[in-house]
Design a protein around this ligand. Structure first.
Ligand code: ADP
Ligand code: MG
Length: 725
């Protein structure tokens, strides 16, 4: 292929590239390596003195406070285990508000006087660390003169050894807080909210006769969507490299319309990558389960088995890091951005949520006759009430500049939060609205018309892909979170709003029983009350239909379209009171999250705007000028030869070039504008001035892409990036 553009070189490199073979394929059973690098319960049981083991398990299982005396014993066993696994360093791993994962590495070995080194790891080093907090966002929680932050061991999330060619590291999941104990991370509020939710769920279970229900936790099963692109193309796209999405690019002639990708055969190279990632995830004790292609070309999904909320959150972060690393090994780049390609389906991260524990299972299992399952109905009603009362907070928990490209577009759930219950449950709750429910629509079955084929049962709850919050048989699935986001934000919100609902319900029922009301009657009254007051949030219809926003408005449901519409929900008096009451966030912490939300929004768009300006000026414009020059030279040559040239092509090439120039000038001046430097001011400026100016540059550039001679076009096209795998 001729041409000397970066793009042409990338295409040649892609053609010449041979992906690495998967060396272990077929040589081991997955069970052999599962949890190999995890300091798991089994490992602890083997290596810890019995009393220490018991104490740790009691903290994990029953939420008992950690006994400081056991830390030394655990640290010593953990160190020995890690050294045997080839670890040279240990790291407190934490989750700052950038949404990324941070690690502070230290060596196990401390030099002693005689020139040798001794492996040291005391209990206090395991329990607490002190990274410099000044480089992480804090939203005003920390003055620069008190830059200190502390990490603290999360006993409930297992430590693990991360392999690295340059030496393995023992990783310890931790919280990250300021000197005053205020949360600077995503894990602290997750643990706090879990505790609050669990306590009130237990009150309700006691009313239902479970004298000792045990510690109730939230479960999370995150489904992760992602794109893979060839790394040669990735490296030829400064926009993908620096902002995670393409800021230029016209839609390919062959899009996802053919529907040939979803559940289609997985390309061999991608399969190699998937086998490799699954093996690594298995070693880390991450139960990766399903894999299939997603809607868009080049798009895939992985759904690990659900786990306790905080562990799922840690594993989810680790999964993303692992994917990035292994994709590189296979000559690809893994994109977690919500919308890497405009006009092509975006990526989400569905948060499947339930609550329960190992003894009771999920408390959201309806059974065959949900109308008769009062306990299930109460927990389900609690979710309905919570989502209705605090829909704005749920929306805010998934608000980001990158997720704005996805929410509300016709591919992801609409920005209006509603609940899908499915036919069976919707019917039960309709009955409850006017008295006791007396029947449940049963499972149906379908006959296919071929005698040798089995009769297939159909689900009483149908699937609905357009609902942001859908009941899916034994859990609720929150579909609005973005593919890049940590699941912690949504989980914190769900736990907290549910804590409030469960608290309300428990109090009502306890009072009714205390005043002599029959328990069943009290439950019935309460359910009717909840569905009457909060039933407006239930919507089983098509969330993409034009009629829905109108209907939703009539129902009083908010339609918070963008991040700037959603973030103020975090600091309403109701939100502040809610999070304070359940001790998840104090007011300062809430305000800091709001500030950081604004900062991150402005930062993301600011980077994109500068990249757009730079690429528009130094990559797209020169290509367009060369193209124009070629045509002009042709015109001159024709004239010199005494021929009458057609000036049409020259005019065609010149008009979008002029449009690009003027759009670039517009963006340059928008970037130079004085925004007053408050977080809100910058965010508003980004939304009102930068986004439209970027979009003007892009339209002009995309028009040029369709015009400029192919051998002059410098950027790998959508066609190339999406289909060459
Ligand atoms: P689908 O594509 O139909 O939504 P998947 O199998 O891709 O289903 O993903 C389902 C996700 O839901 C998995 O991560 C699974 O572990 C999780 N899940 C299943 N049951 C529960 C539950 N009770 N609580 C939380 N998550 C669950
Ligand atoms: Mg799903």
């Amino acid at each position: 292929m001729s041409g000397n553009t970066v793009r042409r070189q990338a295409i040649r490199d892609v053609e010449a590239y041979t992906p690495p073979a998967v060396s272990f394929a077929g040589t081991e059973a997955p069970g052999e390596i599962f949890g190999e690098n995890v300091f798991s319960r089994i490992v602890m049981q083997k290596r810890l003195p019995k009393s220490v083991y018991k104490s740790v398990i009691s903290t994990i299982e029953h939420g008992a406070a950690l006994d400081p005396l056991v830390a030394d014993a655990v640290a010593s066993a953990m160190k020995d285990w890690a050294l045997e696994k080839g670890a040279t360093h240990y790291a407190h791993v934490f989750y700052p508000l950038t949404g990324l994962t941070a690690e502070k590495h230290d060596s196990f070995f401390e030099p002693v006087g005689d020139g040798t080194a001794l492996a040291e790891f005391a209990g206090k080093t395991l329990v607490q660390g002190e990274p410099d907090a000044s480089s992480f966002p804090n939203g005003g929680l920390r003055n620069t003169f008190e830059a200190r932050g502390y990490t603290g061991w999360d006993v409930t999330s297992p430590a693990y050894v991360l392999e690295n060619p340059n030496g393995n590291t023992l990783c310890i999941p931790t919280v990250f807080v300021s000197m005053t104990g205020e949360a600077l991370d995503h894990k602290t509020p997750l643990l706090r909210s879990q505790q609050a939710m669990g306590a009130h769920a237990e009150r309700i279970l006691k009313l239902f006769g479970h004298t000792n229900p045990g510690n109730i936790v939230s479960f999370c099963g995150p489904e992760q969507e992602y794109f893979l692109v060839d790394r040669h193309f990735f490296l030829a796209r400064p926009d993908l490299m620096n902002s995670g999405r393409t800021l230029f690019g016209s839609k390919p002639p062959k899009g996802q319309e053919f529907d040939d990708h979803y559940f289609g055969a997985i390309p061999e190279r991608v399969l190699g990558f998937m086998m490799d990632t699954e093996r690594e995830l298995f070693k880390l004790g991450i139960p990766a389960k399903t894999r299939h292609n997603e809607v868009a070309p080049g798009q895939f999904e992985i759904a690990p088995m659900f786990e306790r909320g905080n562990i799922a959150a840690d594993h989810q972060q680790l999964l993303m890091t692992t994917f990035k690393t292994i994709a590189k090994k296979h000559g690809m780049e893994c994109l977690f951005h919500e919308k890497p390609f405009q006009g092509v389906n975006g990526s989400g991260k569905h948060v499947n949520f339930s609550l329960g524990n190992s003894a009771l299972g999920s408390l959201l299992v309806p059974g065959d006759n949900p109308h008769d399952n009062a306990q299930f109905l109460v927990f389900c009603a609690a979710v309905i009430r919570a989502v209705h009362r605090y829909a704005g907070l749920l929306r805010a928990s998934v608000a980001s500049a990158t997720n704005d490209h996805r929410l509300g577009a016709n591919e992801a759930p609409p920005a209006i939060i509603s609940i899908f219950l499915g036919d069976q449950l919707a019917d039960v709750f309709e009955q409850i609205a006017s008295g006791p429910a007396t029947s449940s629509k049963g499972k149906g079955h379908m006959t296919i018309g071929v005698d040798t084929l089995p009769v297939l049962p159909t689900d009483p709850g149908d699937r609905n892909r357009t609902s942001p919050f859908a009941f899916t048989g034994n859990r609720f699935e929150f579909r609005a979170p973005g593919s890049m986001q940590t699941v912690s934000g949504p989980m914190v919100t769900i736990n907290t709003i549910l804590a409030e609902s469960l608290d309300h319900i428990a109090t009502e029922l306890e009072n009714a029983v205390a005043s002599g009301t029959d328990f069943d009657e009290a439950v019935q009254t309460l359910l009717t009350e909840i569905i009457t007051q909060h039933g407006a949030i239930v919507f089983n219809g098509d969330g993409y239909a034009d009629a829905w926003p109108i209907e939703a408005e009539k129902r009083g449901l908010a339609n918070l379209k963008t991040t700037l519409d959603a973030l103020p929900e975090l600091i309403t008096p109701e939100a502040l009171a809610l999070f304070e009451k359940y001790r998840v966030f104090n007011h300062r912490e809430m305000h800091s999250r709001y500030e950081i939300g604004l900062e991150q929004y402005a930062l993301t768009i600011g980077v994109e705007a500068r990249l757009t300006l730079e690429m528009g000026t130094t990559v797209v414009l020169p290509a367009a000028v060369r193209h124009q020059t070629e045509i002009a030279q042709n015109v001159a040559a024709l004239k010199a030869a005494g021929l009458e040239p057609d000036l049409g092509p020259l005019e065609e090439a010149s008009a979008p070039l002029a449009a690009l120039r003027s759009a670039l000038a517009g963006l340059r001046s928008a970037l130079a504008a004085d925004t007053g430097h408050s977080a809100l001011g910058e965010a508003q400026h980004a939304a009102a001035a930068l986004l439209p100016a970027m979009s003007a540059v892009r339209s002009a550039a995309d028009a040029l892409e369709e015009l400029v001679a192919d051998d002059l076009w410098p950027l790998p096209t959508y066609q190339e990036m999406l289909f060459v795998l």
